[in-house]
Design a protein around this ligand. Structure first.
Ligand code: 7RM
Length: 660
């Protein structure tokens, strides 16, 4: 995206409506007023170390206290609370039981075929301990990476916590990813263990997870993986390999229901989670224990204004960062009740979400703009059939929300009673960075509003200078924060290049570049404009154009490919691929379908191109770079404008127009 004043104002509807929180909401909120919020922001700005220290001391339980808040010696490899020792599962489970919350519901789970289950804090701790002991019995050691490839069932959460209990970092791979993607992640992380299920339910279909694990192992991951644990979910026949594959229920059967929490250092790894970038393969974002625990704990508490009797539901999958931070760690660290749903709304059950809110009296609901837009499309008659009066707060995450969808969400789902928290953050930031604190400030539809206390956001140009009010630019973060990523697994060079070297820095020695464009309005509110790199956001899921292009060219018929995002009313962006064919292949509908399916099997169904345009004429510069800007205009049906003088062969434009 090219950013300048003109397009930043044109791109985004000027939205001036403001919505203050109700008096009742503010009065009972944890942070009650703009003044309280600004005082906190000021405190954090003046003395960040003191600010973080005051929360780390009180909100986190330590086995050994830290001495240093922030170690900058190897910046930007920042280290937080380095001498401290703790175990995040102690903070998520044991301490609540000690505080008398043992019988409180920790997890409410709703299964896709209609089954359901609840776990109290005591129950959850027992299950986690049993699973932890089972992992130990299979030989999982502290520090060894465990891959988790699961449907949205309680065992996904239990497996994550069991790993954390014994100090084995986890690497959760979204269950919708293909065996190819799984293989890449297992190999990159060197994960010797995989926890999976026989299968999972997704939109009236069964996905065969164990089968995908088997083919990942057969096609290369076998050099790395030596044990697989399988949870029975669908009861479909699968093959189990002797001494390699173990049933979860058999392993757990005779395990002790107590497992001492491993004493971990603050900066030990908690997990790796892969996310797409503009170049190369997905990168393994590394998060460490203490800073992540503190940041997910604090942000969850502030943003969702959590009360002891709240029933909180985040609709994300645990395979994404939102699931890690705001289904598992943030809610549990706060001793809250978190709801998990195995399914997604589907044509055969468009009321699924509202049914669940009604059934469990959900009070806080956190979902993605894509979902809201699709509900909007199928009409308010559906949600109107359900009693949604238990809701008191609504949230969104993953992509910009258009004001129309925001208003609909507030009106139809929230009955105009609930504040909306539009939360901006990334896999890399660990937790939310920009969001309204719902009792403290007025919201504007489409803006994530203000950075949280301790977070110093600025919008700058290519030279690193701050741009003017309402001018578009690159979003950067000036100060380190506890939940920040620590590195890219196995590639610290890429960590430096992707996040810290992009923008020339002046005042602070290190500024973090988020990869997003944004502007800040007169009131200091941040308006996110989308990615400025070659990352496409499809229904809030991040995909690199390069990743999809490599999947395309790995098909025998594809000579060259260029992928762009096209604006999509529902999904935010849709994938459009321009493809040139190898000599012996001819364009046909059948071939196009075959190529689409090839991408699905290489990456996963979320990467399926909506449209493939076969053409002999990809627009290139004299140095051979594909001019994506031209393709973006063509894909969106817009006029190709701007400078095309660098185009090597200007006649390709006419040919391309014909092809697309
Ligand atoms: C949590 C998550 C991160 C990218 C980020 C943005 C976009 C996320 C918002 C948003 C506008 C928001 N992690 N993004 N939240 N854009 N408003 N509230 O999504 O690593 O998968 O993606 O998502 O572009 O850079 S992520």
């Amino acid at each position: 995206m090219e950013l300048n004043k003109k397009n930043s104002i044109n791109n985004i509807l000027e939205e001036n409506r403001t919505f203050p929180p109700s008096k009742e909401f503010s009065n009972s909120a944890i942070i009650k007023s703009k003044k309280d919020l600004f005082d906190l922001r000021e405190k954090a700005r003046k003395n960040p170390n003191e600010f973080w220290d005051s929360y780390a001391k009180t909100e986190i339980d330590w086995f050994r206290p830290y001495e240093t808040v922030l170690d900058r010696n190897k910046a930007p490899f920042f280290r937080w609370f380095p001498e401290g020792q703790l175990n995040i599962t102690y903070n998520c489970l044991d301490r609540h039981i000690k505080n008398g919350l043992g019988d409180k519901n920790a997890l409410i789970w709703e299964g896709e075929p209609g089954d359901s289950k609840t776990y109290s804090y005591k129950d959850l701790l027992k299950e986690v301990c049993k699973a932890a002991n089972a992992l130990k019995s299979l030989g999982v050691k502290k520090g060894e990476l465990v891959c988790i490839y699961m449907p949205m069932i309680p065992e996904a959460m239990i497996a994550m916590l069991a790993c954390a209990r014994i100090g084995a970092p986890h690497s959760v791979v979204f269950g919708g990813f293909s065996s190819e993607s799984l293989k890449d992640r297992v190999i990159d992380g060197n994960a010797k263990f995989i926890i999976t299920a026989d299968g999972g339910y997704r939109k009236d279909k069964v996905i065969e997870l164990k089968k995908a694990v088997d083919s990942a192992i057969d096609s290369g991951a076998g050099d790395v993986v030596n044990k697989v644990i399988v949870i029975k979910r669908t009861n479909k026949e699968i093959s189990m390999k002797l001494n390699r594959d173990f049933w979860w229920h058999e392993l757990l059967e005779n395990q002790d229901d107590w497992c001492e929490p491993e004493i971990m250092n603050s900066e030990d790894r908690l997990f790796i989670l892969y996310t797409s970038g503009s170049t190369g393969k997905p990168k393994g974002v590394v998060h460490t224990i203490a800073g992540y625990n503190l940041w997910t704990h604090l942000t969850f508490k502030w943003i969702f204004d959590i009360k002891s009797d709240d029933i909180y539901w985040c609709t994300a999958d645990v395979g994404w960062i939102t699931g890690h931070s705001y289904i598992v760690y943030g809610p549990l660290s706060n001793g809250s009740t978190t709801l998990m749903y195995e399914g997604v709304p589907r044509p055969s059950n468009l009321g699924a979400f509202w049914q669940i809110i009604q059934k469990y009296k959900v009070s806080i609901f956190y979902t993605a703009p894509t979902a809201i837009r699709s509900f909007m499309k199928s009409g308010r008659e559906i949600p109107d059939k359900y009693d949604l009066s238990s809701l008191r707060l609504l949230g969104t995450v993953g992509e910009p929300i258009n004001p129309e969808a925001w208003i609909w969400y507030k009106d139809v789902i929230g009955n105009n009673q609930c504040p909306i928290v539009d939360t901006w953050w990334q896999t890399e930031t660990g937790g939310v960075m920009i969001s309204p604190l719902p009792g403290a400030i007025d919201t504007k539809p489409g803006s994530a509003t203000l950075p949280l206390p301790g977070i110093e956001v600025e919008i700058v140009n290519k030279e690193g200078s701050r741009v003017e009010i309402n001018e578009g630019g690159y979003l950067i973060i000036r100060k380190p924060w506890p939940g920040m990523m620590r590195t890219i697994h196995g590639n610290s060079q890429r960590f430096l290049e992707s996040y810290w070297d992009f923008i020339p820095h002046k005042e602070e020695p290190f500024v973090y570049f988020a990869g997003d464009g944004a502007r800040i309005d007169n009131d200091g509110y941040v308006w996110i404009m989308g990615r400025v790199d070659d990352v496409i956001s499809v229904s809030g899921h991040r995909l690199g154009t390069m990743e999809i292009e490599s999947a395309l060219v790995s098909h025998e018929s594809v000579a060259e490919a260029a992928v762009v995002g096209k604006k999509d009313e529902l999904k935010g962006e849709a994938i459009v691929a321009f493809v040139s064919l190898e000599k012996n292949f001819k364009n046909s509908d059948q071939l196009v379908d075959e190529i689409k399916l090839h991408v699905v099997s290489e990456i996963g169904v979320i990467a399926k191109p909506e449209k493939i345009i076969i053409t002999d004429s990809l627009p290139k510069t004299r140095s051979g770079k594909i001019m994506r800007r031209i393709l973006r205009s063509l894909a969106s049906g817009e006029k190709v404008s701007g400078d095309i003088s660098t185009l090597e062969d200007s006649s390709v434009l006419e040919k391309l127009k014909k092809d697309s």
